[in-house]
Structure formats: structure tokens, C-alpha cells
Write a protein that binds this ligand. Structure first.
Ligand SMILES: C[S@@+](CC[C@H](N)C(=O)[O-])C[C@H]1O[C@@H](n2cnc3c(N)ncnc32)[C@H](O)[C@@H]1O
Length: 307
């Protein structure tokens, strides 16, 4: 049982509660200070999580918590904090509870409608930027944009590039558009589309994707953050390769000659990805490891050009 005297609720209820400030169902809590709130919360959640949740509730930075440890929380702040702590104790991802996640040094809004951007996906952005000249226009397609993290990170670093970002989830599209506006990028066009359907007849200099690549029934789906993330952002058939196969097959007709396709994939999918790319006629096929040493991104160039 939680040490924080709050009932547990679903994420959907949480969004409602935070929006409407309706905490009446919770027992009243005595006034407590920042230091006391953190101390109690640490009985249920990790210290860093407690800190991040309280910073979010108070809209302050870490330094404020230290400098004002005797500051009393209002009743509403205390109840909000306890509610969030209780959800965290139930395993809900910290990013969904605070509503944001940093990716490529940018702050993205995230909700349970989108995958939480992962640090390893920054490699996809690095490899994309290596292939986009900063002094000339370039057409880029991001397939399965989710929060818009990859497309927007590229757009920020390459203002002359024109990026189309697609996703088949209408809820994800809403979040990606909010992020594009909040992060002030004008060179990303966000489109609701089943992979290439929304870009029929269009060709790109570069296609990037972090598609769903977890096998249906993979036990990891029942662990950690994955339990709370949208299934359609994660799974792709019995071997996890359905989306990757489909993207590789169609990409050739949407790339200019010499254009690159870059794909993120699972830790054990590099070899099969490279094989699929070669079979589809890509040249310069390669894989790159992420910072953990796991082969994470594979790619190839359309046509018989040297890499
Ligand atoms: C692994 S998530 C990647 C999200 C984001 N690009 C990132 O790296 O954080 C995969 C995304 O593909 C989207 N998706 C799944 N099936 C799709 C389809 N048929 N067409 C377009 N997008 C799809 C999901 O909604 C999800 O947002």
C-alpha cells in the first residue's frame, strides 16, 4: 500500500484530474514542506522520480527544491504530488506523469498516445544529419513520427530541409503538431497516413523511420514503460519485422536515386534488416551500434552507388 494515502487511478483519470483539479476523493493531507514531501515519497518511489514529480507539480527546477526545502506545499500541490507519486509507484512512466521527455536537447510533450522518445533513437537523427547538407534544400520523410521527436530534431538542425512526418495514429498526430508549434519549427509538415499512403507520387532525398519492431507476444511488452505505451507503436507481427519489411519494399519508389533509407530496429534485427535492404536493391548497406554497443540502425542507398 502506498505511503501517500491516495487512491490509484488510471492514466486517463489522471489527465482529467490534473486538468480539472478535482482531488476531492482523496483524504485531506496536512500541510507539508518540500523536504517532508520528498522524504515521504521516497518510501514508494526512487529519489530522482520523486524530485522530478515535485518539480513538475511546482513548475520549478532542482535548485529550487534544495534552496526552498522548508517551503510549504499548498493542499492542492500536495495532493497532486501524492497522486502522481502513487501512479509512479504503480509503474507508470515518469515521462507520461510529467508530460514531457527530452530528446536531442529539445523538450517534447508526451502523452500515453505516443511512444516515449528513447536516447538510442538520437543515433537515427545523427545519421540523418550526416546525410543532409546544411546549405541546400533536402526532402526528408519520417515514417511513424509519434511525438515528432525525430522529424523535429532534424528540422531544428537543418532549417533548409523540408520534412514530411507521417503517423497512422490520429492522437499521435495531434501531439506531434503541438510539439512542432511549441518548438517553433516551420519546416515540418505532419500528415496522418498509413506509411506511404499520404505521400503517393512523392520522392525524398532521405527516409528515416523508427517503426514498431517488437514481436507480438514478446515478454518485454509486459515489463517497464512498455506496458503503458501504445501497442501500435511497439509491435509488428510474429517476428517484429512486418513494418520494416513493408517500409523497405515501398521505400525504393519514394527515394530519389542515391537517396538513403535509415531504419531503427531491435537489438537482434540488424542482420535481417541488412539482408532485406540488399534484396530490395539498396547499396552501401550498413548497421551502426548505439552507445550501449547494440546494432540499432541499419540503412542503405537507393541504386548502385558507393556509400
Ligand atoms: C516506435 S514508434 C516511433 C515514434 C517516434 N518516431 C520515436 O522515435 O519516438 C512507431 C510509430 O509508428 C506509428 N505507426 C505504426 N503503424 C503505422 C502505420 N501503418 N503507418 C504510419 N505510422 C504507423 C505508431 O503510431 C508510432 O507512433
Amino acid at each position: 500500500m502506498s505511503h501517500l494515502f491516495v487512491a490509484t487511478r488510471s492514466s486517463t483519470d489522471l489527465g482529467y484530474l490534473l486538468q480539472h483539479g478535482d482531488f476531492r476523493m482523496h483524504p485531506p493531507i496536512q500541510q507539508i514542506t518540500i523536504a517532508q514531501a520528498l522524504h515521504q515519497a521516497r518510501l514508494d518511489v526512487a529519489a530522482t522520480d520523486a524530485r522530478m514529480l515535485l518539480q513538475s507539480v511546482l513548475s520549478v527546477g532542482h535548485a529550487h527544491l534544495i534552496a526552498h526545502s522548508n517551503q510549504e506545499l499548498t493542499l492542492e500541490q500536495a495532493q497532486k504530488f501524492y497522486l502522481l507519486t502513487s501512479h509512479r509507484a504503480n509503474g507508470e512512466p515518469i515521462a507520461y506523469l510529467v508530460g514531457k521527455r527530452e530528446f536531442y536537447s529539445l523538450n517534447f510533450k508526451v502523452t500515453p498516445a505516443v511512444l516515449i522518445p528513447r536516447p538510442e533513437t538520437e543515433l537515427l537523427v545523427d545519421l540523418a544529419l550526416e546525410r543532409i547538407f546544411s546549405d541546400r534544400p533536402c526532402k526528408v520523410l519520417d515514417l511513424g513520427t509519434g511525438s515528432g521527436a525525430v522529424a523535429i530534431a532534424i528540422a531544428k538542425r537543418r532549417p533548409l530541409a523540408s520534412i514530411v512526418a507521417v503517423d497512422s495514429s490520429v492522437d499521435a498526430i495531434v501531439i506531434a503538431r503541438i510539439n512542432a508549434e511549441y518548438l517553433d519549427v516551420a519546416n515540418v509538415h505532419i500528415v496522418a497516413s498509413d506509411w506511404f499512403d499520404g505521400v503517393a507520387g512523392e520522392e525524398f532525398d532521405l527516409i528515416v523511420s523508427n517503426p514498431p519492431y517488437v514481436a507480438d507476444g514478446d515478454p518485454h511488452l509486459d515489463q517497464g514503460d512498455l506496458r503503458f505505451e501504445p501497442r501500435m507503436a511497439l509491435t509488428a507481427g510474429g517476428d517484429g519485422l512486418d513494418c520494416i519489411r513493408s517500409i523497405i519494399t515501398s521505400a525504393t519508389t519514394h527515394l530519389v536515386a542515391g537517396g538513403w533509407l535509415l531504419l531503427e530496429h531491435g537489438y537482434d534485427q540488424a542482420e535481417v534488416c541488412c539482408q532485406l535492404l540488399r534484396e530490395a536493391g539498396f547499396s552501401g548497406v550498413f548497421s551502426r551500434p548505439d552507445l550501449a554497443g547494440v546494432m540499432r540502425i541499419s540503412g542503405g542507398k537507393r541504386g548502385n552507388f558507393s556509400p
